[in-house]
Ligand binder design. Sequence first.
Ligand code: FES
Length: 195
Amino acid sequence: MVPKLICDDDMVDIYTPTTSDKDSLKVTIKLSVEKINTINRICASFGNNPEELINVLHETQNTLGYLPAEVQEIIAHNLKISAAQVYGVVTFYSYFTMVPRGDYPISVCMGTACYVRGAEKILEELKKELKIGIGETTPDQRFSISCLRCVGACGLAPVLMVGEKVYGRVAPDDVRKILEEYKNDNDEEYKCQQL
Ligand code: FES
């Protein structure tokens, strides 16, 4: 049975009605109605079509910053698929994240061209400079690190991205200089909106 959504001001309950209370599954989700409406709008823009799941996830993450379980539940509800299916896709692709990214999410391309041209050394330099690992966010919420597969700019390998901005032919020595651009900067252009 498809889970039912109930909105109550700033809270939504998702539950699956069953024949007995004992067996009923109820998950309380704390998301603002505004955020839920945003997710609903994104799903509707793809016709609530389950075959558009990856596009829906892309758009939702671009808008909200990350894809926690609550968000996945609402997407699953709209697309009439199981939350497990959504979770499977989110965890399969390294682009997707279930934890908040920093204001300036940094992605290192680990596709073949970038890898053979030293992407790993760039990654190590980033980890050293920021003192965080892959999938982690700095304590001040400013930077996070993730890895991507080919981003389609192999001619510029190795490639690093800060938000949507692409840096090509990056050398380990460039990492500190790139980070400096964002350390004292309040440029909204590359920031992700967080929940
Ligand atoms: S492998 Fe990195 S851009 Fe293609």
